[in-house]
Write a protein that binds this ligand. Sequence first.
Ligand SMILES: Cc1cc2nc3c(=O)[nH]c(=O)nc-3n(C[C@H](O)[C@H](O)[C@H](O)COP(=O)(O)OP(=O)(O)OC[C@H]3O[C@@H](n4cnc5c(N)ncnc54)[C@H](O)[C@@H]3O)c2cc1C
Length: 272
Amino acid sequence: MSILRRLNLPLHLRHRNHYHRRVTAAAIRHESAVWTTAPLSIVEPAAESLFHITVDLSDSPDLAASYTRAGQYLQLRVPGVTWPTFLAIASPPKLASAHGAFEFLVKSVAGSTAEALCRLRRGDTVDLSGVMGNGFDIGRIDPPEKFDTVLIFATGSGISPIRSLIESGFAADKRSDVRLYYGARNLRRMAYLDRFKDWESSGVKIVPVFSQPDDSWIGECGYVQAAFTRAKQISNPWSTVAVLCGQRQMTEEVTSILVADGVSGEKILKNF
Ligand SMILES: Cc1cc2nc3c(=O)[nH]c(=O)nc-3n(C[C@H](O)[C@H](O)[C@H](O)COP(=O)(O)OP(=O)(O)OC[C@H]3O[C@@H](n4cnc5c(N)ncnc54)[C@H](O)[C@@H]3O)c2cc1C
């Protein structure tokens, strides 16, 4: 099923030719979407096949301010490339309001718009749609005393909105058990290693899981759902909530495992 269909966009927005025109002026109205042209301030490797991309929104404060919740995303167009790509915003909303920037974590997939984006340089411009989606409804995992266990599952670039969630804060240090199961092919493919210390000190225990680890790796191997099944240790399913972001197979299998363990489907948050 296509991404556009999965997002339940109205039919007229699913029609792909709507996106087939180059934008020459900032924030022009294009069918039902408003596109904002903004320069890149950072394009740098984040890990193997992954890039940090920062878009400077200092001239677009309204767009920066419209990002209010971790887990929201937008569409990004690279000039001269036909199709826009969906990207989750990796940086927390407070960074957008304080520094006028959106940070992204982008996987350079051969032949994709994302690959063209990762080949751009500082100062090149891109077009951004408005901010989309409801993001993670943190209200559903509050108060921390009631939901003392938070299990987070992310794979690949799915860590991007999870970074925003963790750095936005959800009172992790007021809960007894907050775990992030973070899957990647191997250590070289794992982004945000430099943030692990800060995330851990905010109360999030990180469990890296590698599907194809190097020989020297002594931690968890395989898929995150298998690593979680080995550990589980859910003390009370009624006070357990989960947040999932990544491949569909992962989110479906983790959901099944959690539900079988008695975790309510309503307490399993997925943002897209
Ligand atoms: C909500 C959301 C958030 C995401 N966040 C991130 C993120 O933070 N980081 C990240 O790296 N990836 C993210 N992705 C994945 C990303 O959008 C792309 O799917 C990924 O880069 C792969 O690109 P693709 O071109 O191979 O696949 P797709 O985007 O699925 O496109 C498949 C193919 O369809 C064609 N196509 C694409 N769009 C159109 C169109 N409008 N009309 C006609 N044909 C079209 C193109 O030929 C394309 O190669 C996100 C996806 C979604 C849905």
